[in-house]
Write a protein of this length. Structure first.
Length: 258
């Protein structure tokens, strides 16, 4: 994929964000053939969204297994809200919900030639938070586009909500937190562990070095959510969503009618 085609894919996705119809199919030349191509399109899309949705204030990161290469996407300021958060917009139609655990960095980790290790990354983390990701798609069919096209579409993010933070994150079993998800007062999912990426430290270290390769790094105040513990479930407009993480508390999200 050339730079111009990565830019074109970013522009097509941005048009949907702006209110245009979802993308039904992608021409083969616009389907990213590698993670590098997907990130090039993702960067082009983010550049077009930032004037409307604000700057990058964090990232989402995850992996399909504890040994698989992680994938990441930026979180934009106007789509990141403290609990209880309200999201309501004509652009929302999927209403995918994931209960997650997020970390806020208290120290900046700038790009550098040598990679960051676990000790430096851990030392830069300030707080841990219960969180909810609102999953959305700019494609007509949620299961339709190739996986790397979803990565280009900022990882199918539609919004993000985080609960109160705790500095006592080092005492927690981060590989096996107990996480519960409720929608409209009904328990939908409850897991111990459940994150396909495994221990979040691995993905956080990868992310710090990934953002360094992109020339940004991690800034003090950035919040990073580390993947679903409950899998994706689907809510409806007007639903009230609660994610609870044992020893941490809860995050609440209301899918407003407006």
């Amino acid at each position: 994929m050339t730079v111009s085609r990565a830019t074109e894919l970013g522009e097509r996705l941005a048009a949907v964000w702006a209110g245009g119809p979802p993308i039904a199919t992608l021409p083969s030349e616009l389907v990213p053939a590698s993670a590098e191509e997907a990130y090039a399109a993702q960067t082009a899309l983010a550049a077009r969204l930032i004037p409307t949705f604000g700057p990058i204030v964090g990232f989402k990161v995850g992996a399909p297994s504890p040994t698989a290469e992680p994938a990441a996407a930026p979180l934009l300021a106007d789509l990141v809200r403290p609990s209880p958060a309200h999201f309501g917009s004509p652009r929302l139609r999927l209403f995918g919900i994931e209960a997650e655990v997020a970390f806020r960095f208290g120290r900046t980790l700038l790009p550098r030639p040598e990679p960051y290790g676990e000790s430096e990354v851990s030392a830069a983390i300030e707080t841990i938070h219960p969180a909810i990701e609102l999953v959305e798609t700019r494609f007509e069919r949620w299961q339709g586009p190739p996986g790397l096209a979803k990565l280009a579409d900022i990882g199918s993010n539609g919004g993000f909500c985080f609960g109160p933070g705790s500095r006592d994150w080092r005492s927690l079993d981060l590989a096996r937190p107990r996480v519960a998800l409720e929608i409209d007062g009904k328990l939908i999912a409850e897991r111990v562990g459940g994150n396909t990426a495994g221990h979040p430290t691995r993905t956080l270290v990868w992310l710090v070095n990934h953002t360094g390769r992109l020339g940004r790094g991690i800034l003090a105040g950035d919040i990073v959510t580390t993947g679903s513990h409950t899998g994706i479930v689907f809510a409806g407009q007007g639903s009230r969503v609660v994610a609870r993480v044992a020893s941490l508390g809860e995050a609440k999200l209301i899918l407003s009618e407006v």
